[in-house]
Design a protein around this ligand. Structure first.
Ligand SMILES: *[C@@H]1O[C@H](CO)[C@@H](O)[C@H](O)[C@H]1NC(C)=O
Ligand SMILES: *[C@@H]1O[C@H](CO)[C@@H](O)[C@H](O)[C@H]1NC(C)=O
Ligand SMILES: *[C@@H]1O[C@H](CO)[C@@H](O)[C@H](O)[C@H]1NC(C)=O
Length: 490
């Protein structure tokens, strides 16, 4: 005991012994990228035969977007993909992560009718990227469901596993000869929790405690079905890889008391474990703590069965192991404690998860209320994934910082410096991180925040219909890191 404690103290001391100004080298095996998503950048929402997505519908029929804006024009990337590739090239990244708009290639949502113009758009983008020596990394679903499928219940409809797999099949068929890296889903937690449980993403159903669990259930089956399709039919000939990207904050216990430690671990399971455990754990299925708590709460509330749907044992095996890497989106950290009295609020957060989540006011902020700069949380999270999911290969698909309007974005430079140093710390801890993706290539439509919060390495002038892009100071900083594959410890 005493010995272990001494060793632990020595280790702590060693990691505290950071030499400021030290230049640290990234492993040669680590590649770097930059990311965007279709609805946030493309515009051209109604060109040719493109169908209506839930984000087209939501922005046109509600007034919930902060600046009353929408993605009708966005960054105009539909017409300016050559300029986008020029920027990607200028940064010197290895790959570009973008998403395919479902209704641009399947206007009705179903795969009986393809849009030739839609296919040509992505064909050209992919060909031009490859010609520029940039690897395309494609997200199949980044939140823009066809409105017609939403009218059928969206992700609460069990048929969605088939409809999504039909869409994925079209993508594998059309682009898989050149695209070798695929994500089925971006941030299922946000899709289900914010779109179905609460009202902060389309379709804003707000049926907490019910709809998010139904959504997750069908989405996990959809992911697994598309993965198996690729594995059975396309992998032998196309030789690519498929995964999904899960988002989570690091949940730090507010104190080291046993109850706060339990609360923080529970939060990790309700955020990352909800989707991570079925796919990445040895046992599969939802985390035990979710199954137990939601079943208990449901019965106490008078429901005849748990509000968390159950997988059959066949489904558990079918979903388990459907990954070629662990995809992670991470921005920030929160503090978690056990509540002193029973909480009364949204079912997911207060009843089922049942913890208090807050932020240390001393942590530096950003333009987004939720995004505080806590780089050590990134290191802890990567270690948690290593420990809980058997040291998987991890690809970071999003990490970045928001500000209001600033081309000399020194706060973003500082964020990237700190988070990339934390990433290196985690790699030195033995975490197997193979790639890192900055969010985002350029300022874009930030969902409910419209154009009021900017995450770009490139500045976009949204007052100019031509949407000119300019490199911010952070673009030059990221470029210099990629050129030297080193980073200074600040
Ligand atoms: C497409 O939408 C824009 C608004 O974003 C509108 O001005 C334009 O008329 C629409 N075009 C067609 C062909 O419907
Ligand atoms: C990291 O993951 C890759 C891909 O699965 C694997 O080839 C490599 O051996 C792993 N490295 C370590 C140190 O575990
Ligand atoms: C950018 O901001 C930093 C810190 O505020 C300042 O030192 C620097 O001179 C600025 N650079 C330019 C080009 O304005």
């Amino acid at each position: 005991m005493a010995f272990t404690k001494t060793v632990a103290l020595l280790l702590l001391a060693a990691s505290d012994l950071v030499v400021k100004g030290e230049v640290r080298k990234f492993p040669d095996t680590l590649s770097f990228g930059v990311a965007t998503a279709a609805y946030q950048i493309e515009g051209a929402w109604n060109v040719s035969d493109k169908g209506e997505s839930i984000w087209d519908h939501f922005t046109h029929t509600t007034d919930t977007i902060k600046d009353r804006s929408n993605g009708d024009l966005a960054c105009d990337s539909y017409n300016q993909h050559k300029r986008d590739i020029e920027m990607v090239k200028e940064l010197g990244v290895d790959y570009y992560r973008f998403s395919i708009s479902w209704t641009r290639i399947l206007p009705d949502g179903f795969s009986n009718r393809l849009s030739q113009d839609g296919i040509v758009y992505y064909d050209t983008l992919i060909n031009d990227l490859i010609a520029a020596n940039i690897t395309p990394f494609v997200t199949i679903y980044h939140w823009d469901l066809p409105q017609r499928l939403q009218d059928l219940g969206g992700w609460t409809n069990p048929m969605m596993a088939d409809f999504f797999t039909d869409f994925a099949k079209v993508a594998f068929e059309a682009f898989g000869d050149r695209v070798k890296s695929w994500l089925t889903f971006n941030e299922p937690w946000v899709v289900c929790l914010e779109g179905y449980g609460s009202v902060t993403k389309a379709p804003a159903l707000g049926m907490t405690g019910i709809a998010e669990y139904m959504c997750a259930h069908n989405l996990l089956k959809a992911h697994a079905k598309a993965y198996h399709l690729y594995d059975d039919v396309y992998r032998p000939i196309q030789k690519g890889r498929v995964g999904l990207s899960l988002n989570t904050n690091w949940h730090e216990p507010a104190t080291q008391s046993p109850t706060d430690l339990e609360a923080a671990e529970r939060a990790m399971q309700f955020y990352l474990g909800w989707f991570g455990h079925p796919v990445f754990s040895r046992e599969g299925d939802y985390p035990q703590v979710m199954k137990d708590r939601i079943a208990q709460n449901s019965l106490a509330q008078g429901y005849p069965r748990s509000r968390l749907p159950e997988f059959t044992s066949e489904e558990i095996s079918y979903i388990k192991g459907t990954h070629d890497f662990f995809g992670l989106n991470h921005y920030t950290t929160t503090l978690v404690r056990m509540p002193k009295k029973v909480l009364e609020g949204p079912s997911f957060y207060d009843i089922d998860l049942g913890t208090e989540i807050f932020r240390d006011p001393a942590w530096p902020g950003s333009a987004s209320f939720w995004l505080k700069v806590v780089p050590w949380g990134f290191r802890n999270l990567l270690n948690w994934i290593k420990k809980n999911y058997n040291n998987p290969e991890i690809i970071v698909f999003e990490n970045g910082f928001s500000d209001i309007d600033n081309k000399n974005d020194t706060d973003r430079i500082s964020y990237y410096n700190k988070y990339l140093n934390a990433l290196l710390d985690a790699i030195e801890d033995g975490c197997n991180v193979s790639a890192y993706t900055a969010w985002s290539l350029m300022d874009n439509f930030e969902w409910l925040e419209g154009y009021t919060e900017r995450f770009g390495l490139y500045y976009v002038d949204f007052n100019d219909p031509k949407r000119p892009r300019t490199a911010k100071a952070s673009a030059l900083y990221y470029k210099s890191i990629l050129e030297t594959r080193t980073i200074e410890r600040k």
